[in-house]
Design a protein around this ligand. Structure first.
Ligand SMILES: Nc1ncnc2c1ncn2[C@@H]1O[C@H](COP(=O)(O)OP(=O)(O)O)[C@@H](O)[C@H]1O
Ligand SMILES: O=c1ccn([C@@H]2O[C@H](COP(=O)(O)OP(=O)(O)O)[C@@H](O)[C@H]2O)c(=O)[nH]1
Ligand SMILES: [Mg+2]
Length: 254
């Protein structure tokens, strides 16, 4: 009997301790609720992405607090990088730096590299890293904005290493448009912008280069948990609705 009473007392003490713990941890409980809500927001992202990361915060890249916020945008030729970058830039206030656009501008200028770039583009090959990174660096440095989309770069591991060495930072994250080859080819052949590389022969070469040399870059960032993979099929609007939550969940100060 005595033992039973003792047991009861202990049980009661234990219960009251538990309730005390529960009440004193109410703020914790609510902060947990907030985290759950945050996790739910992230799950919205995850519904659209095969890989997601914690939304990056401006200044959290490797190069310190005042470094620019950089998202690389990758995908095959015709996957819709340029089209979606325009929408992201307009909606979320990013500067859009198209690596191919910078090279085309250089090609049409009097630059000593013009002829070399034209030849490489026509072949579907990749320009030397030093040339591309120099153009990107200049574009970043001359902008007032501190949020950039770097579209169509890095196209090779060598490009990536050169960028990280010269700029001194990794991108905050990488957006990747996943699109079947036949869809990409169809879009490229209908692009009608008078580009030297929008023809059947060059697009075939570009796809080979993309699979052998560019995809390893995407894999590198996937391994680091920095890759957001988005389905690049459907209408431009449908794709943008998959992209939107990724950028909406970023905690950027400007
Ligand atoms: N979702 C889409 N559906 C159909 N055509 C598209 C779509 N997105 C882009 N396009 C068109 O396909 C072509 C290639 O798109 P673009 O954004 O230039 O791709 P990338 O920069 O990846 O090569 C362009 O002519 C563009 O207008
Ligand atoms: O970092 C880059 C980006 C582009 N290019 C060259 O420019 C071409 C066109 O690139 P762009 O990104 O404009 O093509 P997209 O993928 O948008 O069709 C590529 O095939 C390459 O020859 C390059 O050498 N390095
Ligand atoms: Mg493009």
């Amino acid at each position: 009997m005595r033992v039973n009473v003792q047991t009861q007392i202990q049980k009661t003490k234990h219960r009251s301790k538990m309730w005390r713990r529960r009440f004193t941890s109410l703020p914790l409980f609510f902060s947990h609720l907030q985290q759950v809500r945050r996790a739910d927001e992230l799950k919205i992202c995850q519904a659209f992405c095969t890989e997601t990361v914690k939304p990056p915060v401006e200044g959290e890249s490797n190069s310190g607090r005042n470094s620019p916020f950089v998202a690389f945008v990758l995908g095959g030729p015709g996957s819709g990088k340029g089209t979606q970058c325009l929408k992201i830039a307009e909606t979320f206030g990013f500067d859009h730096i198209g690596a191919g656009d910078l090279l085309r501008k250089e090609m049409h200028s009097d630059s000593e590299n013009g002829a070399m770039i034209q030849k490489l583009m026509k072949e579907g090959s990749i320009a030397p890293s030093e040339v591309t990174v120099k153009l990107i660096k200049k574009a970043i440095e001359s902008a007032e904005n501190r949020k950039f989309l770097i579209d169509g770069f890095p196209r090779s591991e060598e490009n990536r290493v050169a960028y990280e060495r010269i700029i001194g930072a990794e991108p905050n994250f990488v957006l990747f448009f996943d699109c079947p080859e036949e869809v990409m080819v169809k879009r490229v052949l209908n692009r009608n912008e008078g580009r030297v590389d929008d023809n059947e022969h060059t697009v075939k070469e570009r796809l080979k280069v993309y699979k052998a040399i560019t995809l390893p870059v995407a894999n590198h960032y996937a391994m680091k948990g920095k890759l957001y993979k988005v389905d690049g099929t459907g209408t431009q609007e449908e794709i943008f609705e998959r992209v939107r939550p990724i950028f909406a969940s970023l905690r950027l100060s400007t």
